[in-house]
Design a protein around this ligand. Structure first.
Ligand code: NDP
Ligand code: OXD
Length: 322
């Protein structure tokens, strides 16, 4: 006899990441079903009866969609930053929202930031210009211990980046909401310490979550607080940057170069001046991408915790917004 909605005793998990291709979805299905073959893995929009859905694995779902499941027990967000999700005015705030904290995601971000920090430290953009000019000229660079790098956000990602840069011998400072004690990292925190932190950041890396407090934090005032010819690397969210202020700072040479991975509107519209700016390096939100092989292990640990009646790790603090 076919089961009715109320008779379905299998755990029902909905995968709701509309941008993913079939291979990605199949990989997630494989990992989740390997953990528990009895899980009923459904892929949006083929949800079946909405009252059967217990857990959602989601990334950029249609706004309002997650409110449709009355028996939802948790949302596993398949990314680290939950700003898109929290913008959904119909978000079911009664259930835990678990953000992605995953070694694979962390490693990807650290690679990206190191790549661009080293590029600026070793003056690669200038060397590339010289190559185009057929110019053979040696450019000097300071020892790593004399290169001051500032990391905005000392959370999961910022801390890993900081540790790796300390290992390479750089002079590292970090700025966060609360004070930190990290070996080799000068800790700055709170609004009062933002300008002193910026004053010493020759290469500024943004790894903050996007919240009302951090929106537009890279603006004319904060860029002016950087040392002359600083470089800016934004791998967090486009909303951290006031685009026109960054372009103005680049055009007058106060900022020498910027690497931008994230934008207020994605894909970045073709007419946006960032595309053609000679001193902007632009990547299409790939600083770190969620890889199902590692991310699924984290999601499964969270599912297991919830099915055992324990709280999952990395639940978003809705009050703080990250
Ligand atoms: P965490 O939540 O672990 O860390 C956030 C850090 O920012 C914490 O140190 C926190 O301070 C600090 N912070 C938050 N608000 C403020 C504030 N108002 N003033 C000062 N410091 C503040 O986040 P993750 O490290 O996991 O991720 C950071 C962001 O990276 C994500 O939110 C996401 O937007 C972005 N990201 C981008 C990716 C890409 O491919 N481009 C990939 C993955 C993530 P405290 O420690 O005191 O709480
Ligand atoms: C994330 C992202 O937040 O991919 O994980 O941007």
């Amino acid at each position: 006899m076919p089961q009715t909605a109320s008779q379905n005793t299998r755990t029902v998990v909905l995968y709701n990441s509309p941008g993913d291709d079939a291979a990605e979805v199949a990989a997630w299905r494989g990992y989740i079903e390997a953990y528990d073959p009895a899980i009923d893995f459904r892929v949006w929009p083929e949800t079946g009866p909405v009252e059967e859905i217990e857990y959602a694995l989601a990334w950029l779902p249609k706004p309002g969609d997650l409110a449709r499941y009355p028996r939802l027990k948790a949302i596993f967000w398949l990314g680290a930053g939950v700003d898109h999700l929290l913008k959904d005015k119909d978000l079911p705030r009664r259930v835990p929202i678990v953000r992605l904290v995953d070694d694979g995601l962390t490693a990807g971000m650290t690679e990206y930031v190191l790549l661009h920090v080293l590029r600026y430290h070793r003056r690669l953009p200038e060397l590339e210009t010289q190559q185009r000019q057929g110019l053979w000229r040696k450019l000097s660079y300071p020892l790593a211990k004399d290169r001051r790098i500032g990391i905005m956000g000392l959370g999961v990602l910022g801390r890993d980046v900081a540790h790796r840069l300390v290992d390479l011998g750089f002079d590292i400072a970090g700025w966060s909401g609360s004070p930190k004690q990290l070996a080799g990292v000068a800790s700055f925190h709170g609004d009062d310490q933002l300008v002193p932190f910026l004053n010493r950041s020759e290469i500024l890396v943004c790894l903050l979550p996007l919240t009302p407090a951090t929106t537009g934090i890279i603006n004319a005032r904060t860029l002016a607080a950087l040392p002359k010819a600083a470089a800016v690397i934004n791998a967090a969210r486009g909303g951290h940057v006031v685009d026109a202020d960054l372009i103005a700072a680049l055009d007058r040479g106060h900022v020498a170069h910027a690497t931008l991975d994230v934008f207020t509107s994605e894909p970045l519209p073709v007419e946006h001046p960032f595309w053609r700016h000679p001193r902007i390096t632009l990547t299409p939100h790939v600083a770190s991408v969620t890889i199902s092989e590692t991310a699924s292990r984290v999601v499964i640990a969270g599912l297991r915790a919830m099915r055992d009646g324990r709280a999952p790790a990395n639940v978003v603090d809705l009050g703080k917004g990250y």
